[in-house]
Write a protein that binds this ligand. Structure first.
Ligand code: F6P
Length: 359
């Protein structure tokens, strides 16, 4: 039985996309031999909408294990716009189904984060054979303990925090590292602990600025001339926590606040009298080669996707549960976010060694 498999990468990129693509491809060639054809879809769902596809050869998957980014390119095509017909008059869902048919695909693999999984579920409901693979540095996909890309980003963010220690120490400053992660605090929590941050601020635990300042002052009283804060980009304080997202954004815009980090740094400097600097590693956290951990994880996930294809098991998202690679229904994953529970063991671990969360 011949199988034609379409693969796309959607949303923000991360290290490990190519390693996953390679894992799927190699496992498929191993299983199905000449009975498999792989079609690379460019720039995520945008390529599926516009029929931008490329017939792949075995050799295309060689030498990509260590490569950052994605050989297929990626784009953000928001889920909320999928059913909206815009100026170009294109019915996106219809167009994606048409490409699937035109390309004669038997199934579609979508490598992406939360938004990608929502659209994958939509296409699955529309009758396409879809398998999702969990990618994101944010580690916020429901139903999987880990996503590929996350641990590489943890390693990079940890290195950033490590390096801030020496310069903070030399100058006797407070250094505030802004860590990506969207609305979830996983990346900040892990890299904050690994990097030895004194204070960790995550969206799941709204902060009280006075408590953050007290933590810095306490260190100063103990003779420590500097402090390191790891702050999640999505952090907000206890007052903002009472507000709806839109209201929060409006008030921030009115106050000319660009990020939580810059506001925290400014307030901390005022309250402690200690010179404070902000460091934003930004997209560096998503760049470059995947770590050894992510290469292994990506390969395991890719192989599992090939296994699902061999069973014609569609409408699922690959996942890690209790250290075993498995799958969840796309309909269960779509529309949910995995946040850090306030009583998470990692939070407790951090608190037990004296790290302040400002709560
Ligand atoms: O979802 C991954 C992520 O890097 C988030 O951590 C971050 O908020 C966002 O993407 C940045 O998006 P963009 O690459 O579109 O600026």
């Amino acid at each position: 039985m011949k199988r034609r498999i379409g693969i796309l990468t959607s949303g923000g990129d991360c290290p490990g996309l190519n390693a996953t693509i390679r894992g799927v491809a190699r496992a498929c060639y191993e299983r199905f031999g000449d009975d498999v054809e792989i079609v690379g879809i460019h720039d995520g769902y945008s390529g599926l909408i516009n029929n931008q596809c490329r017939e792949m050869q075995r050799s295309d998957f060689s030498g990509i294990l260590t490569q950052g980014g994605t050989i297929f390119g990626t784009k953000r095509t928001p889920f909320k716009m999928m059913k909206v017909v815009e100026e170009d008059n294109v019915d996106k869902v219809k167009a994606m189904k048409a490409t699937y048919k035109k390309q004669n695909l038997d199934c579609l693999l979508t490598l992406g984060g939360n938004g990608t999984h929502k659209t994958a579920n939509l296409l699955s409901e529309e009758g396409l054979n879809v398998i999702g693979l969990p990618k994101t540095i944010d580690n916020d996909i429901w139903g999987t303990s880990v996503t590929f890309g996350f641990h590489t980003a943890v390693d990079i963010a940890t290195d950033v925090i490590d390096r801030l220690h020496t310069t903070a120490n030399s100058h006797g400053r407070i250094l505030v590292a802004e860590i990506m992660g969207n609305k979830a605090g996983w990346l900040t929590l892990y890299s904050g602990i690994a990097g030895g941050a004194d204070i960790i601020v995550i969206p799941e635990i709204p902060y009280d600025i006075d408590k953050l300042a007290d933590a810095c002052l306490k260190r100063a009283q103990e003779g420590k001339g500097f402090s390191i804060m790891a702050v999640a980009e999505g952090a907000f304080d206890v007052e903002e926590a009472k507000l709806k997202k839109k209201e929060r954004a409006r008030l921030r815009a009115e106050a000319g606040i660009t990020t939580a980090t810059s506001r925290i740094a400014k307030q901390i400097e005022q309250k402690t009298g200690c010179e404070t600097r902000v460091c934003v590693p930004g997209h560096m956290l998503r760049g470059g080669s995947p770590s050894a951990y992510d290469r292994v994880l990506a390969t395991k996930f890719g192989v599992h996707a090939a296994e699902l294809i061999s069973q014609d098991k569609y409408g699922y998202a690959v996942a890690m549960v209790d250290d075993v690679v498995t799958e969840n229904k796309l309909s269960d994953v779509a529309g949910k976010t995995k946040f850090v529970p306030a009583d998470d063991q990692m939070v407790k671990t951090a608190k037990d060694i004296g790290i302040s969360f400002g709560d």
